[in-house]
Design a protein around this ligand. Structure first.
Ligand SMILES: Nc1ncnc2c1ncn2[C@@H]1O[C@H](COP(=O)(O)OP(=O)(O)OP(=O)(O)O)[C@@H](O)[C@H]1O
Ligand SMILES: [Mg+2]
Length: 493
């Protein structure tokens, strides 16, 4: 509907430059996601090589990102420096990683107060700078023709026929309260750089595998493959297409820990250094990773799904439907295909649990008649459910045998524990808490688990049980069934 305003007064209400830039700063990039956003532009510009360099000088630290892509003419560069330089509704070429016409500005301002872009195209170089303090001072969106001389901006560009360098300095967030010559400042900075390396190795892994070179201070970044393709024991599901082939989904069940060397097992932990943090969907937009291991609110992270990773490939024409955000770090499945995605994921998850528990099954299957000893049992009393500690569990049995006359006291305490188990609280938390429920002894030192396992094993052997039987029985005792990999320790006894 179009309203006729021709006889109305109007008033100019342009965005206030300095406060607008401050809002850009609050979009929520991390250092590594901001750098990935700059690299998106290089990839879209067809770069084959990208060089990330830095000069550590405490608060005067500088970071430069150069590519050998198409480059920009002076006019194109000025347009690129404008916030909202491209309309998000404009159709993009199939290989374009951009969407909003904002990334260069928002990612840069999220990290620094000053940045310049120096670009070369048709043998001509242009350079423009945004300075937040200058914008604040003049209160208008004005670029400055300024090239900082503390950094060799032409290190790569001189030898290239076209390319672009983005230079960040006055990195107030990263280098706040640091000193150039302070050891701890430098250590923190290098840790941030290391995070960048790991993040890029994941986000661009498919590009790196196809030959894209990203050099961090001259060292090529290696790719990190979340699906561990080529590793022994990997299981993959057939690819499934949705939306007429636009969305492609492939489930992977990674190899069981027992199949991996210690080094490969650590590889699987990925940039987040945790299998659990890396389970879930991996959403790619034009083969660039947006989400690296997340259940998208459809399921919870639970340790027995550690081996489950599901690849989802999207084209850049579905940005709206998947609610891709400016930082390219969020994606949400559209309602109309959510159910299909849940069904596919359930299937892969079920297989992943099978593999996760597989080793135990092999041991246990050998002695199917072996009794299972849970720590807790469910009981019914007057038609109601209660939980009771299993007095036959070997740990309790042993304790109750050696109570030194305190049997009654022990029984009393056990009874009080049983009668006050906070079942309603646990149930409520289970349904409403975002955080997953940990498994027994998760995140704790496992020495106790191994110790008790060994003691029990020794006494079973002393009772005359053959070692294989003894191990199978232990595999059936809670919580050892969660830690079957430790059964190997027993073989050496
Ligand atoms: N390294 C580069 N080489 C060539 N052109 C570039 C480069 N970086 C940016 N540009 C140009 O500047 C424009 C604006 O970049 P910017 O990152 O702000 O937005 P975008 O990539 O279009 O979208 P998004 O907000 O999703 O990142 C790009 O569309 C591209 O035309
Ligand atoms: Mg961009």
């Amino acid at each position: 509907m179009r309203i006729d305003y021709s006889d109305r007064d109007t008033a100019a209400a342009e965005p206030e430059a300095s406060s607008m830039i401050q809002s850009f700063r609050a979009i929520g990039y991390s250092f590594e996601t901001a750098i990935a956003d700059i690299i998106d532009n290089s990839v879209s510009a067809g770069a084959k090589n990208i060089w990330i360099d830095y000069v550590w000088k405490g608060p005067d630290t500088i970071i430069g990102i150069t590519d050998d892509g198409l480059g920009m003419t002076n006019d194109e560069l000025i347009q690129a420096m404008r916030p909202g330089s491209v309309n998000p509704l404009t159709a993009r070429s199939e290989n374009d990683l951009g969407r909003f016409g904002l990334g260069l500005k928002t990612a840069s301002f999220s990290q620094c107060r000053k940045f310049c872009v120096n670009s070369k195209k048709n043998e001509k170089e242009s350079c423009w700078t945004w300075d937040l303090d200058y914008v604040n001072q003049v209160k208008s969106w004005k670029l400055i023709k300024y090239k900082p001389d503390e950094f060799d901006l032409n290190k790569y560009i001189d030898d290239l026929s076209s390319g672009t360098t983005v230079l960040w300095w006055d990195l107030d967030r990263l280098t706040k309260d640091t000193q150039a010559d302070k050891e701890s400042s430098k250590t923190d900075f290098l840790a941030a750089i290391e995070k960048v390396r790991m993040h890029l190795s994941m986000v661009f892994h498919r590009y790196i595998d196809d030959g894209l070179n990203i050099f961090l201070r001259g060292r090529r970044i290696q790719s990190w493959d979340p699906f561990m393709i080529g590793f022994d024991g990997l299981q993959s599901r057939p690819e499934i297409s949705l939306e007429k082939g636009a969305v492609r989904i492939k489930g992977f069940v990674l190899p069981h820990r027992s199949k991996l060397s210690a080094e490969d097992y650590n590889y699987g932990k990925g940039p987040r250094d945790s299998w659990t943090d890396h389970q879930g969907f991996y959403i790619y937009r034009n083969r660039r990773l947006l989400v690296g291991g997340n259940w998208l609110g459809l399921f919870k992270r639970e340790v027995h799904y550690d081996l489950c990773r599901i690849k989802v490939d999207l084209p850049n024409s579905m940005d709206n439907e998947w609610q891709i955000d400016i930082k390219k770090s969020v994606a949400r499945p559209p309602t109309k295909i959510r159910e299909s995605i849940v069904a596919i994921a359930k299937d892969v998850r079920a297989q992943a649990v099978e593999v996760y528990r597989h080793k135990g099954k092999v041991v246990r299957r050998k002695l199917a008649k072996e009794e299972y000893f849970p720590f807790w049992e469910e009981k019914t009393r007057h038609g109601k459910r209660f939980y009771r500690l299993n007095r036959k569990h070997p740990i309790l049995k042993e304790l109750l045998k050696n109570t030194n006359g305190l049997t009654q006291q022990f029984e009393k305490v056990l009874q009080f524990i049983e009668e006050t188990v906070p079942v309603p609280l646990i149930t409520l938390q289970e349904n409403e808490n975002e955080r997953p429920h940990g498994q027994p002894f998760e995140g704790k030192n496992h020495e106790n688990v191994i110790d008790v396992m060994k003691t029990m094993y020794k006494s079973l052997i002393a009772e005359g049980l053959p070692p294989e039987h003894a191990r199978a029985r232990i595999a059936n005792i809670e919580p050892f069934n969660f830690y079957l990999e430790y059964l190997e320790h027993l073989e050496k006894i």
